[in-house]
Design a protein around this ligand. Structure first.
Ligand code: 5AD
Ligand code: SF4
Length: 443
């Protein structure tokens, strides 16, 4: 009998990539591969890469380099690289020339072709480079999936982005925005709820512009949310990422009146300075942003927000940075994802003069994190003594504790038996540390 083939996928970057790796696993398992435990027993290792910042790319190159030794021992092992980094022509060529032990390089638009690419490599004995610019989204939607995130299921609603924020590589490596038909999405979500998933997270680079390319007033983001909210199951609905210029008051009203939508919104602001926002091509001002935040807070009293912030964008002055500190103090985010600006090849900001020194960027990042830690600690303390509805999602490694998420997106830890896994329960918060709440089940 032929030995069963084993695979490993190493995923870098965002949730979009995590979900795409679930689809790539789907193809590999359909081909008869099973998951390997380590590199040494893998017949195929696939890197699903990220290009958002230079640090991500450097890390990936060094991880690919480490595989040389496995390939020396096992000549028949297949090493493949796909995703946002390899979609860039220069990076793909670089991998082909500097890493001769990599067998297959492909991009973001042909992941549905993984089987054909592997077969091509096996049959021709030549290395395969396949970067394309367009794709059949039906083919990508139809890929089998091996879901890996417990009670949560990711569901794509759009692919690509039309915004061209001046710092961002995404529109170049993921192409223009394409929306899936509303009925396909609702059908997929209903199937997942029937299977027992408890949380659905809709994915798109800018979920709020869902449907803009469909030219059909019945297929908008608010209508999609309503259609899913009407499904008769016990579940929570979440989505990411929202663009502040596109999230409408109608969507905020929909969250407020819905049964299932989480009271948690990831709304990346990037900067609190109007000068910087303009240079970033974000197309909103700090005051436009705050209006939407205030509207949401008024309509949904327990709503929590998180955000992404870039420090050290070209031309950012001390005053601009202080505007960011002021904005985060006003919004009081429960969580912040903070980044040092990184030059990306081919973007508008790459060519901007007055790039900021790394020392200043690092110093601003440290101040931002310090301020946010103060805010998050105080915000979490407000929950002590309160009752929250949570979904128990997993167990803490090496400890007899359960991890749960509240409807407003807070991370909660509690003691309890495994029977609570996958259940919606009420808990009482007893203490907190930074953003984490420690609670007991309320019976
Ligand atoms: N440098 C630093 N951070 C970036 N992001 C996107 N592009 C860059 C870049 N060139 C950040 C943004 C975005 C998040 C996913 O990554 O904050 O919202
Ligand atoms: Fe990048 Fe802006 Fe598109 Fe987000 S909206 S993916 S930051 S270009």
């Amino acid at each position: 009998m032929e030995k069963q083939k084993r695979y490993l996928i190493k995923t870098y970057g965002c949730q979009m990539n995590v979900h795409e790796s679930e689809k790539l696993s789907g193809i590999l398992e359909q081909m008869g591969y099973t998951l390997a435990d380590t590199e040494t027993d893998a017949d195929l290792i696939l890197f699903n890469t990220c290009a958002i910042r230079e640090s991500a790319e450097q890390k990936i190159y060094s991880h690919i380099g480490e595989l040389k030794k496995y390939k020396k021992q096992r000549k028949d092992m297949i090493i493949a690289v796909c995703g946002c980094m390899s979609q860039q022509q220069k990076a793909a060529e670089n991998i082909m020339t500097k890493y001769p032990f990599v067998d297959i390089v492909f991009g973001t638009h042909n992941i549905a072709k993984l089987k054909e690419l592997i077969e091509k490599r096996q049959q021709s004995k030549k290395r395969v480079l396949s970067i394309v610019e367009t794709e059949d989204i039906k083919e990508r939607d139809g890929m089998p999936k091996v879901r890996t995130s417990g009670y949560n299921a990711w569901v794509n609603i759009t692919y690509g982005c039309n915004n061209f924020c001046t710092y961002c590589i995404v529109p170049y490596v993921r192409g223009r925005e394409v929306s899936r038909p509303l009925s396909d999405i609702v059908g997929e979500v209903e199937g997942l709820l029937k299977e027992g998933y408890k949380k659905i997270t809709l994915l798109g680079q800018n979920v709020n512009s869902y449907g803009n390319d469909l030219n059909d007033e019945d297929q908008t983001f608010a209508k999609l949310l309503k259609a899913i909210d009407n499904l008769p199951y016990d579940f929570w609905l979440s989505f990411m990422t929202s663009h502040p210029k596109d999230i409408s008051f109608e969507v905020l009203d929909t969250i407020a009146s819905s049964k299932h939508i989480m009271h948690y919104l990831h709304l990346p602001v990037q900067s609190g300075s109007d000068n910087v926002l303009k240079a970033m091509n974000r197309r909103y001002t700090a005051s436009d942003y705050l209006k939407k935040i205030d509207y949401a807070k008024n309509k949904i009293s327990d709503i929590e927000f998180s955000s992404d912030i870039i420090v050290g964008f070209p031309g950012e002055t001390e005053e601009d940075f202080n505007d960011t500190l002021k904005l985060i103090s006003k919004v009081k985010y429960s969580q912040l994802f903070t980044f040092i600006y990184s030059k990306r090849r081919g973007t508008v900001a790459e060519k901007m003069e007055n790039q900021i020194e790394l020392k200043i960027k690092k110093e601003r990042l440290a101040r931002l994190i310090e301020k946010q830690n103060e805010i998050a600690t105080l915000e979490a303390q407000k929950y002590i003594g309160k009752t929250l509805e949570v979904l128990v999602e997993g167990k803490l490694k090496n400890k007899n504790k359960l991890i749960a998420t509240s409807k407003c997106g807070k991370n909660v830890q509690l003691e309890g038996s495994d029977e609570l896994l996958g259940k919606f329960i009420k808990v009482r918060v007893e203490s907190s540390k930074l953003t984490v709440l420690f609670a007991k089940e309320e019976k």
